[in-house]
Design a protein around this ligand. Structure first.
Ligand SMILES: Nc1ncnc2c1ncn2[C@@H]1O[C@H](COP(=O)(O)OP(=O)(O)OP(=O)(O)O)[C@@H](O)[C@H]1O
Ligand SMILES: [Mg+2]
Length: 238
């Protein structure tokens, strides 16, 4: 069980007193949270409480109105809030991976091309990127499906491709927003297992929004939110 593993890795991400509003809506109202290497953090709470906003803020996709988000990566410790858009986008492409409910895969590309996108962004040659993508597809149990269009895959297969894409460029943090939300419980279990195996067990950090208690209990920590605040943050001990 992942929950049994110690989560005393080095701190990779820290949100400090983060506030974010959209017009009159206060989505985050002073969130302080840290994420360590090798841990899996489930973020839970009712619809609209700010989970996706927190995930996107930790990932440097959304900028907070106040507060800091520090990330300890290849360039040392940086406050993502202070980086310009281009530098932040490059850091995201290089060091973060993303898996969302609908996968956000590109329908017009095949499986291997989708996985290869982050490598090409990272300036690997297309042929090297496709070759590396093929290895990753085999690793997530989809060997031989390299040429398959996304529309010709099952939901579970598409999520495996999203996971392969998230980890292909050696991301040190993988962000997942309801990655199993659209899957039946059996497929969801398989996808979750793959997500944990490809992140936590390789000393990456996983930050995952989920509505499913059984999914959250397989993570090493659960943070619960309400009205833009973290109201509890506990280790999973079972
Ligand atoms: N781009 C946006 N523009 C305006 N309001 C937004 C935007 N994104 C989020 N919000 C608002 O901020 C609040 C928090 O939204 P968020 O998406 O973080 O919630 P959530 O916890 O992820 O909900 P769910 O479980 O439904 O996905 C909500 O009231 C939402 O309506
Ligand atoms: Mg959400």
């Amino acid at each position: 069980m992942v929950g049994d593993q110690p989560t005393n890795g080095r701190q990779v991400l820290r949100a400090s007193s983060v506030f974010k509003s959209y017009g009159d809506t206060a989505a985050l109202q002073g969130v302080t949270l840290e994420v360590r290497a090798g841990e899996s953090l489930a973020v839970m709470g009712p619809s609209g409480c700010g989970k996706s906003t927190l995930l996107q803020t930790l990932a440097g996709i959304t900028l907070p109105n106040a507060g800091e988000v520090t990330y300890a990566g290849q360039e040392g410790v940086q406050n993502l809030v202070l980086l310009d858009d281009e530098t932040r986008a490059a850091l995201r492409a290089r060091e973060f991976g993303f898996v969302f409910q609908q996968g956000l895969l590109l329908d017009e590309l095949n499986a291997a091309e989708n996985v290869a996108v982050p490598l090409m962004v990272d300036r690997l040659s297309p042929s090297d990127a496709i070759a590396r993508a093929g290895q990753l597809l085999a690793q997530v149990g989809l060997g031989g499906l390299d040429d398959r269009r996304i529309g010709q895959l099952s939901g579970g297969q598409a999520q495996r491709i999203a996971i392969a894409r998230a980890i292909v460029s050696n991301a040190s943090v993988v962000f997942a927003d309801e990655p199993t939300g659209a899957l039946d419980s059996h497929t969801a279990g398989d996808v979750l297992e793959l997500l944990l195996a490809s992140t936590v067990r390789q000393h990456r950090a996983l930050v995952m929004v989920t509505h499913d208690e059984s999914v959250a209990r397989r993570c090493s920590r659960i943070a619960r939110m309400s009205d833009g605040r973290v109201i509890s943050d506990v280790r999973v001990t079972s």
